[in-house]
Design a protein around this ligand. Sequence first.
Ligand SMILES: NC(=O)c1ccc[n+]([C@@H]2O[C@H](COP(=O)([O-])OP(=O)(O)OC[C@H]3O[C@@H](n4cnc5c(N)ncnc54)[C@H](O)[C@@H]3O)[C@@H](O)[C@H]2O)c1
Ligand SMILES: CC(C)=CCC/C(C)=C/C=C/C(C)=C/C=C/C(C)=C/C=C/C=C(C)/C=C/C=C(C)/C=C/C=C(\C)CCC=C(C)C
Length: 586
Amino acid sequence: MVVSAFQAHVPLAHRHPSAHPSISSLHPARRPRASATQASPPASVQKANAPLPQAVDAVFIGSGMGALTAAADLASKGASVAVLESYLIPGGSSGWFERDGFRFDVGASMIFGFGERGTTNLLTRALATVGKRLETKPDPVQVRYHLPDGIDVKVHREYEEFLAELIKKFPHEKKGIRKFYDACWSVFNSLNCMPLKSLEEPNYLLRVFAAHPIACLNLLRFIGRNAGDIARDHIKDETLLKFIDMECYSWSVVPADLTPMINAGMVFSDRHYGGINYPIGGVGRIAEELVAGIEECDGCSVHFGARVKKVVFDGAGAACGGQLVDGRTVSAKAVISNATRWNTFGEKGLVEAERVPQSEARFRERYVKSPSFCSMHIAVREKDLKVAMSEEEGMDCHHIMLDDWGEIETARDGKGTLFISIPTVLDKSLAPPDMHIFHVFTPSWMDEWNGLPYAEYQAKKDAMLNTVVARLEKKLFPGLNDAIEFYEVGSARTHRRYLGRVDGSYGPVAGKKLAGLMSMPFNRTDVDNLYCVGDSTFPGQGLNATAFSGFACAHRVAADLGIIATLPGPIDSFLTDLLSRQRLKL
Ligand SMILES: NC(=O)c1ccc[n+]([C@@H]2O[C@H](COP(=O)([O-])OP(=O)(O)OC[C@H]3O[C@@H](n4cnc5c(N)ncnc54)[C@H](O)[C@@H]3O)[C@@H](O)[C@H]2O)c1
Ligand SMILES: CC(C)=CCC/C(C)=C/C=C/C(C)=C/C=C/C(C)=C/C=C/C=C(C)/C=C/C=C(C)/C=C/C=C(\C)CCC=C(C)C
């Protein structure tokens, strides 16, 4: 099937601002967006969609960053892979869409894992597995916070510069601040000195322990802890603790008490080590290049418009393929689901109810769905903004805004935490000259949107936009209202529809206080030959995190397929099962 330019850019959300007098009168300068771009779809997408293979070593359900990383790594090791993606372009939440010469990132534009050094630069490494590389633009500031109590803090790329700014605000906590963030460095440095592969492959564990015993022991010290515990070991000031809650919430969507310390160590240090780097041409370029690289490998293919209905099983109850909604089947020795845990094992999931293993109950008891986001993608005319927009004049790409601490997690209707990215500050190629892309998103729940009739649904989107624009105008971007060229709002329903994620959820989060990452599932499941990859697996949300899950998954699958050396078969099986039984007790 050839994907037409129009199909490849199906609207993310349908919206008709002109149909709502309140909106058009509030924003006379706005116009409905023009029809979807007629530009050609990317070469990767055009080339993909060869006929489905009948049988491969590994079949992937979905093409999010977890699956693409794993598929690329397996392909580079000589395995044959088929990636089946239900949508028309790759990447899932790291995909893109185009309108009128603008290229919007579907998800967050703040990208970790693109550094040049160490071992934690997993996006650089994922691309390298298939001989690809992307030009990136270093971001001098990870994020600028605009928080209650007058907290206006920039997280500079330079660690000491960030600490100095925070300490200036909380001088009485000088020691505690350094101790907390230094603890994060200790986690990061331990990870960043070792190859990162599967924690459920004993041969790797033995080798890595032999080569890096101190780093491994340090990671074991932190793997069962949460960032909030460590913060409170060192910090007493309640406002500073709230700031650290926000530091965690801004990427984990839970406060520090529920945020695993390993992930906090990664995020709070890598931003100063590899740094935040924006891929020129947009976040979607990562998925495009991975697809191109996978397709260049013998026996490997990526297919779009290929929605998998169910996992297929053999007579012994082992997974042996994926069946599409149109009935076609791809047989495989390993079946890897990049759908969320709920979409894989839940009601109407890919695995029929009677085959769902008991152990999944354990996951559901510990993890809940995080909220979705209401995403406002806005095209903005620079000349009408009353603030300087260039990096040279001090504009930052990413901002987080909150007006009242009480609303950090709970506020609805656009009154809670606002995440703002303006990727055109770093990459002008994303928009026509003198135009900017504002991506503003705020946590939002499916129950706010479900069942709304069309007119109410559209009105709610517009109301959210108006609330948010008013807040941004007042605090950060005077003139924004009149500078809007066009906009597009996505709700939890949009995320569910286009990303296939249950309730449009951003991913699983701890439903209660857990021991760090100890109970986060790895890639193997209790169904033979069925694996999971992506943010429903260790270590959770984030592109770099899902790239880790991809490498880990590829390593374990390659071991099971006999492509890489393991301990002798029976010993490998015995130790792997022992490790997984031990984790089940936790
Ligand atoms: N800046 C950032 O760090 C950033 C940016 C974007 C995304 N992300 C992260 O990406 C993570 C998600 O990555 P992921 O790997 O878990 O995947 P994903 O959810 O992004 O992608 C899954 C893909 O699987 C496809 N799919 C689902 N069910 C299918 C089926 N039955 N048949 C065929 N295809 C199916 C979906 O269409 C989607 O393309 C999120 O946690 C988010 O944090 C991070
Ligand atoms: C051998 C023995 C005995 C022991 C071994 C011990 C061992 C080796 C343990 C190893 C543990 C490992 C390998 C852990 C690896 C962890 C990794 C790689 C974690 C990576 C985490 C990355 C994260 C969490 C990245 C998150 C980024 C996100 C979510 C970015 C998105 C940002 C937003 C949504 C915010 C956007 C904000 C604005 C303002 C727009």
